[in-house]
Ligand binder design. Structure first.
Ligand code: NAD
Length: 499
């Protein structure tokens, strides 16, 4: 029987929590070399959050050295595949066993509802580590065709030291998307989590060592982008950066790679995903998909369905349905309330950015259908109600910029050609969706939307078998699926001649 979680229960968990905020380097917690720390206000109530080490180049150097030593020694990559698999599966089990603690650390850092942290973020993090752990003893190399007097082995070898830089919106999940395949492939990792969300990364590292991962294979250095992320991306002894974050910073990462050792990069960047609804669609299903697709995680989702492109004949009825679903199903509450479906935005500066984009949108002529206002100010936290803007064109700021808040831009169309043109008129290409009762159109349209994932009559469905990532300025390289392993490996040819 599942546990009956209450607000009081979670308040007690929070009171008992003693978050570890130091780096994790070479199998142990370490203060920053300078001794510096930082704190941030808690998104849920604005009170001071936990103290975290402020990493700089010296800390990155120490972590890279530890990662390199572990890699060269072969303590991990040369272990029997079955042994490696057992360690990763134990790590996944420990993540599940510490689920409540990890969920609270995540909610404390980022303000998402505690039940979402537990039931979605912790679960998918553990599942990700398990997925790649299970692959370890099923990866084969190749023998290339040659003449009879030669044998050519095509080996898939790990790269060495992988730097991972992640954002704050789904910290544990995105960490697992990268740690799983990078470590399963035999690499060592130095992870730099976002400065807003350090706590779960640190705990994932100590649990990995508890599961048996050798010291140095997975290190965490916490700190700010410029001070900690940049030295990692510029480091001459890092072989790859796997990055998830904004397109703006992704471009910097490419530059750092070019300025240093031509390390390879994989980039999962921003999005402004279209969800297209034709008049022959199931409008109830569409309304629910639009609302959850745009407002889940308070809109702080890279592939959020932030542009609703709706056939004019059904626009008003669909907006009314979206409003009804939002108000009845998507409860905005304090993150420790088990009934909360969405919670706080990440921080004051981000809240102000969202509010100012809304103000710009209104100035440009977008009309507020409902919501999109600052609420729950009495909590001291950063809350915006989910809302929709109509009377929009695709050139307005609300339709072009990644708001990263619970704000939907609704744009009307008349013909299929127009809908497709609007859908693809964006610098991004992360995801998209089409809702229609006409299956020919569904397939035609889903092929034509230029995005890494396209859903038909649903939104945000996925599993670990499906690759995730973007086209255009949403980046390149794929997380999830068996293919994710490839980017953490290189091919090595070994040719043997027999006389
Ligand atoms: P961000 O780009 O500001 O930061 C991401 C990471 O980069 C953080 O760890 C940050 O400290 C670091 N960073 C910042 N400046 C740096 C620098 N100069 N050098 C090295 N590292 C630096 O993004 P964010 O605000 O944390 O996250 C939101 C963004 O992430 C959105 O654009 C969102 O779309 C994107 N995102 C994309 C995906 C995806 O899979 N495509 C998933 C989640 C989030």
């Amino acid at each position: 029987m599942s546990k009956a979680y209450t607000r009081d229960y979670w308040e007690d968990v929070l009171t008992a929590l003693e978050p570890e905020g130091r780096h994790f380097i070479d199998g142990e917690h370490r203060a920053a070399a300078t001794g510096e720390t930082f704190t941030r206000p808690r998104p849920m109530d604005g009170k001071p959050g936990p103290t975290v080490s402020r990493g700089r180049a010296a800390d990155i150097d120490a972590a890279v050295k530890s990662a390199r030593t572990a890699f060269e020694s072969g303590v991990w990559r040369k272990k029997e595949p079955l042994e490696k698999k057992k360690i990763m599966l134990k790590w996944a089990d420990l993540i599940r066993a510490h689920g409540e603690e990890l969920a609270m650390l995540e909610t404390l850092d980022v303000g998402k509802p505690i039940m979402a942290s537990l039931n979605v973020d912790v679960r998918l993090c553990a599942d990700g580590i398990q997925f790649y752990g299970e692959m370890i003893d099923k990866l084969y190399d190749e023998i290339a065709p040659t003449g009879p007097n030669a044998r050519a082995l095509v080996r898939k070898v790990p790269l060495g030291v992988v730097g991972v830089i992640t954002p704050w919106n789904y910290p544990m999940i995105i960490d697992a998307w990268k740690l799983g395949p990078a470590i399963a492939a035999g690499n060592s990792v130095v992870l730099k989590p976002a400065e807003q969300s350090s706590l779960t990364a640190i705990r994932l590292a100590s649990l990995a060592v508890e599961a048996g991962l050798p010291a140095g294979v997975f290190n965490v250095v916490t700190g700010y982008g410029e001070e900690t992320g940049k030295p990692l991306a510029l480091h001459m002894d890092v072989d790859m950066i796997a990055f998830t974050g904004s397109t703006e910073v992704g471009k910097l990462i490419m530059g750092y790679a070019a300025q240093s050792n031509v390390k390879r990069v994989a980039l999962e960047l921003g999005g402004k995903s279209p969800l297209v609804v034709f008049e022959d669609a199931d409008l109830d299903a569409a309304a629910s998909a639009v609302a959850w697709g745009c407002f889940y995680n308070s809109g702080e989702t890279c592939h959020a369905s932030t542009r609703l492109i709706v056939q004019r004949s059904v626009r008003d009825v669909l907006i009314a349905k979206i409003e009804a679903v939002t108000k009845s199903d998507i409860a905005l509450k304090h993150p420790l309330d088990p009934a909360a479906q969405i919670g706080a935005l990440i921080e004051e500066a981000h809240l102000q950015k969202v509010l100012s984009l809304i103000a710009v949108g209104e100035k440009e002529g977008a009309r507020r259908a409902f919501g999109a206002e600052r609420v729950m100010t009495e909590t001291g936290g950063y809350y915006v109600s989910p809302g929709v803007f109509v009377d929009m064109t695709n050139d307005m700021s609300l339709a072009r910029q990644e708001i990263f808040g619970p704000v939907l831009a609704a744009i009307a169309f008349d013909t299929e050609e127009e809908a497709l043109r609007i859908a693809n008129d964006t610098i991004y290409g992360l995801a998209g969706a089409v809702f229609t009762g006409d299956m020919d159109r569904a397939h035609r349209f889903s092929e034509a939307i230029h995005a890494g994932t396209v859903w038909i009559n649903t939104y945000d469905m996925s599993n670990f078998a499906t690759p995730f990532g973007g086209f255009k300025q949403s980046g390149f390289g794929r997380d999830r699926s068996v293919h994710a392993i490839d980017k953490y490996c290189d091919y090595k040819t070994i040719w043997q001649q027999f006389g």
